[in-house]
Design a protein around this ligand. Structure first.
Ligand code: ASP
Length: 429
């Protein structure tokens, strides 16, 4: 933003936008902690500023998941759905589901909890949480509009996916009229998705104030003990990220793909580091593509699989969902998830990760959906909102790790599929 304004005269507030957002959010977090701890109930008046941030995130949740999913599904042309396309999609979904399970496992091991008190309403409606069979059946909506209105997330995901697949078929139709219609629809939803991403970027500019207000209120009512809980959440997420890299990625490269791990690491480090600092899978895409090229993956494969991966494959985000959902359940209910709820979270978080846009902070919006699916809706002033607020405070930090993993996952799956299909140039290894 600052660069675009370069030629124009700087306004008095331009320093705000020029200052790295990550630092601004961290400063918001620290100021919120200090104000909450020192002023206690005298700071509670800032609560509406925090609610405003959560409302903005909830507002964008449905439009962003709908548009991102439709664009993601319609970018897979049926021609690409040959062996390579199917393999890569299955591998993406499989690794994401494993990632959620690892996240839930880390939640169970680290047991992060803020034991939140002081909320007028305990919004964790555990009884409302549906059974696994009900959840699976509810994937097919009886009314699409109702799915969107009632925010039944799996139904929306299901419909968006088949709608996107429908568009992808239209786009390659031999009938010129249908082909044109498919192209128009694709451009339309692509435009909507881009607008949504712009809106998220705009909302994130407010994040430092939103985080400040949310964290101040939680700290004012719960004291310093919650800070330790955030440390545990961070440790659990990063332990999950590390475990996923070692078990899943190293396992796939070395044992499944029978490739040289050292050589792989040498190239994978570039997208990893770029993802870490940019917190955007989309932004890292050119670097991930170069790495795939240096690893001998043919352009025909990576030019399709990597943009698709940046849109639908989010292993780091999936781990984060598992850990954070457990943290919120423990903080609000006082206990973790039962097996059914874990199953629901694995399905929802895997599918939600497809709908996560590859931009900074998108995972936190998707967390709202995952929480909804197990009866932990984020409602203003509730304990769930308090716990979610704490997560938002450190989200930028967690996002660095999860994005690094998201892009590494894309590169790993792409390399493995190229090797499986015997299309990899082994002279580069
Ligand atoms: N920032 C992540 C990415 O670009 C998405 C997320 O927020 O989880 O991959």
């Amino acid at each position: 933003m600052a660069k675009e304004n370069g030629s124009r005269k700087k306004s008095w507030y331009s320093w705000y936008f020029e200052f790295n957002l990550l630092y601004r959010i961290l400063i918001g977090l620290l100021v919120g902690i200090v104000l909450g701890l020192t002023l206690r109930e005298k700071i509670l008046w800032v609560a509406p500023f925090g609610d405003l941030f959560v409302r903005l995130l909830k507002m964008i949740m449905m439009p962003i998941i709908l548009s991102t999913l439709i664009v993601g599904a319609s970018s897979v042309s049926p021609a690409n759905l040959g062996k390579v396309g199917l393999r890569i999609i299955i591998l993406y979904l499989f690794t994401s589901a494993l990632a959620v399970a690892i996240g839930l496992g880390m939640g169970a091991v680290f047991r992060p909890s803020a034991e939140l008190a002081g909320f007028a309403e305990a919004a964790g409606r555990e009884a409302a949480s549906p059974s696994l069979a009900q959840t699976i059946l509810a994937i097919i909506p009886t009314s699409v509009a109702q799915g969107i209105v009632n925010e039944t997330i799996l139904a929306v995901i299901f419909f968006a996916l088949i709608f996107g697949i429908g568009i992808s078929f239209l786009r390659v139709s031999p009938d010129e009229r249908l082909k044109h219609a498919g192209g128009v629809l694709y451009t339309f939803f692509d435009g909507i998705a881009e607008v949504m991403m712009l809106i998220v970027k705009g909302i994130m500019q407010y994040a430092p104030f939103g985080v400040l207000a949310l964290v101040a209120v939680v700290l004012a009512s719960n004291g310093p003990k919650v800070i330790g809980a955030l440390g545990v959440v961070t440790a659990a997420c990063f332990a999950g990220y590390a475990l996923h890299i070692v078990l899943v990625y190293f396992g796939l490269v070395k044992f499944y793909g029978r490739l040289n791990l050292g050589r792989y690491l040498m190239e994978a480090k570039d997208p990893f580091i770029t993802g870490f600092v940019t917190r955007s899978s989309n932004g890292t895409l050119p670097v991930t593509m170069e790495a795939a090229d240096r690893l001998g993956v043919p352009k025909t494969i990576y030019s399709f699989s990597l943009p698709l991966g940046a849109t639908i494959n989010m292993d780091g985000t999936a781990i984060y969902q598992g850990v954070c959902a457990t943290f919120i359940a423990l903080s609000v209910w006082g206990h973790g998830f039962n097996l059914t709820q874990m199953g629901i979270i694995i399905i929802t978080a895997t599918l939600a990760s497809i709908g996560t846009a590859g931009i900074p902070g998108a995972g936190a919006i998707m967390l709202l959906l995952v929480l909804d699916s197990v009866g932990l809706p984020v409602m203003s002033g509730s304990a769930v909102a308090g716990a979610y607020a704490l997560i938002l405070g450190i989200d930028a930090l967690l996002d660095m790790g999860r994005t690094a993993l998201n892009v590494t996952g894309d590169l790993t799956c792409t390399t493995i599929v190229a090797k499986q299909m015997k299309q990899i140039d082994m002279s580069k290894w």
